[in-house]
Design a protein around this ligand. Structure first.
Ligand code: MN
Length: 515
């Protein structure tokens, strides 16, 4: 009889992260090789089992990055990526030499389309190359992962023949990629089951999936692969990668976590690091996250319907299947807008310590509705200002009174801000310079706010173009160990950034003081 422990160990899905290799092949994503270590460290913290840090033969910088990551991250297995070519294998073997645990990841195509038009080789020739190169790599590295590229568009018999050949030469992990994101889930289950059953030695190796998202099926196909017997899934943070990208790490991990009742598998991922990892990759690789991206998109846990908001305030489970805070996402589940009810308004104000009579609340709600009709979304800052105007006390600690910016081609850019401390009524001005007007504004406000506020990030979005163009700014800060985000919308993006920064500070100071 199996003990619970061995049972658990058998059911763990290994997460193989290729953010720094396939993900880096995203059009638009960029990272200098020497900065890859920053992301690799976070991936280790996240609990990734295997990291593929790059393509060592492709450039000296890539080689050095793979080498540095192999040396530093001794707790993670490192994959050296190589085409089935001696030069690639030599580079991958050398770059990963100092890793505590490593594998060689070799690939060659198995589809007739690739064989005829790209490789210009016969099936027999491809099998011979694969055999020779696995045998060659096996002299240096024990763990060999072999990928049959485009396997989902390949002849089934040939995939089985190729897999048999590489297993005979010592391959230990068989990856069956859906390179073009073409497969349907039931086909993936069938492919894995057939190869495992029919290839000689097929029951002596582990299986892996690498699915692309061209039809939006990468996560579904990866789960299908698990159902077909795969115990490793290749993913990228935020689903970045060639074209429409790869299986998204956070979506796969949370699908496994949320539906373990049905899937009966687990991972080694520290769920609490998911959001931080996503943000770090987005910032470091200059690749934005879609608002409606599952798990990590900014709308992923925001509810706009009044009926949903009411339900959530009564019990979170009414309209949420996951707890965002468990993934490190600070909770702002309710977006205040024209669909919000008075219950949500009252709740939001109470989060800032603002308590009102029923009559005051009715007046705030009416003014809130008028504003919401005009601009769709009402920020916390604006709501608090409405409440403050009505009660003739201004709960916001800080207020931006004046902003002056000099930009242009000449000299440095400078900004002057005047800020009022509402508790004392004192107004002070601060001046700073920067490489651009935004930097100057951020620096100037930085002098006005408590030193313990740590500026983290500024995001700018253009909400429309043409004559009525509005920009949205979102500023995140860290205050006493907690993250706060302020946002603001204005036709002047520099002013929006200043207001968003002040708003984040106000939220932080009000929230932390209450606690
Ligand atoms: Mn790929």
């Amino acid at each position: 009889m199996m003990t619970t422990e061995t049972n658990n160990a058998m059911n763990k899905i290994q997460i193989f992260d290729t953010t720094l290799r396939d993900g880096e092949q995203s059009p638009g994503a960029s990272i200098a090789p020497e900065r890859k270590i920053i992301i690799a460290r976070q991936l280790a913290k996240l609990g990734i089992d295997v990291i593929e840090p790059g393509f060592p033969v492709s450039s000296p910088g890539e080689f050095a990055a793979v080498q540095q990551i192999s040396r530093e991250l001794q707790g993670v297995e490192i994959a050296g990526f190589a085409r089935a070519v001696k030069g690639d294998i030599d580079a991958a073997v050398r770059a990963t030499e100092d890793a505590a645990r490593r594998r060689l990841h070799l690939f060659i195509s198995s589809s007739d389309i690739h064989l005829n038009h790209q490789l210009r080789k016969s099936r027999d020739e491809v099998i011979q190359i694969a055999r020779d190169m696995v045998a060659y790599g096996k002299q240096f590295v024990e763990e060999i992962e072999f990928s049959a590229m485009d396997s989902t568009r390949s002849g089934r018999d040939f995939v089985i023949q190729l897999v048999e050949a590489v297993i005979a030469e010592g391959a230990t992990i068989i990856n069956l990629p859906d390179t073009l994101g073409y497969a349907l889930p039931h086909e993936v289950i069938d492919l894995f089951q057939a190869v495992r059953k029919e290839a000689r030695g097929g029951d002596t190796v582990r299986y892996s999936a690498h699915c692309h998202n061209d039809l939006g099926l990468a996560v579904a196909n990866s789960i299908a692969a698990i159902q077909g017997g795969a115990t490793q899934i290749e993913v990228t943070v935020n689903g970045i990668g060639e074209r429409a990208g790869n299986c998204s790490l956070e979506e796969l991990v949370m699908a496994i976590e949320t539906r373990k009742d049905a899937l009966h598998v687990g991972t080694n991922i520290n769920i609490g690091e998911i959001y931080e990892t996503s943000r770090l990759v987005s910032r470091t690789m200059n690749f934005p996250i879609a608002y409606n991206k599952p798990i990590v998109g900014r709308n992923a846990f925001q509810h706009e319907s009044g009926i949903h908001q009411d339900g959530l305030l009564k019990n979170r489970n009414t309209y949420e299947i996951m707890d965002p805070e468990a993934m490190g996402i600070s909770r702002s589940m309710i977006i205040l807008g024209k669909h919000s009810g008075s219950h949500a308004i009252k709740h939001r104000l109470s989060e800032y310590g603002v308590v009102m009579t029923a009559e005051q609340l009715r007046d705030v709600y009416n003014q809130f509705k008028e504003l919401a009709d005009r601009q769709k979304i009402v920020t916390d800052d604006e709501l608090i200002r409405i409440a403050g105007d009505l009660t003739k006390t201004q709960p916001n600690p800080l207020e931006l009174i004046d902003l002056n910016v000099h930009a242009g081609t000449q000299r440095s850019r400078s900004a002057t801000v005047t800020i009022r401390e509402n508790s004392s009524g004192a107004e002070k001005s601060y001046m700073a310079i920067g490489e651009g007007p935004l930097e100057a504004v951020i620096q100037a406000i930085g002098q006005a706010i408590p030193q313990s506020v740590e500026f983290e990030d500024l995001e700018l979005h253009s909400l429309s173009t043409g004559e009525d163009a509005h920009g949205e700014a979102v500023v995140s800060i860290i205050y006493k160990g907690k993250r706060f985000r302020g946002s603001s919308i204005h036709k002047d993006i520099v002013l929006a950034a200043a207001q968003a920064y002040i708003s984040a500070c106000n939220q932080a100071m009000m929230t932390v003081e209450i606690v």
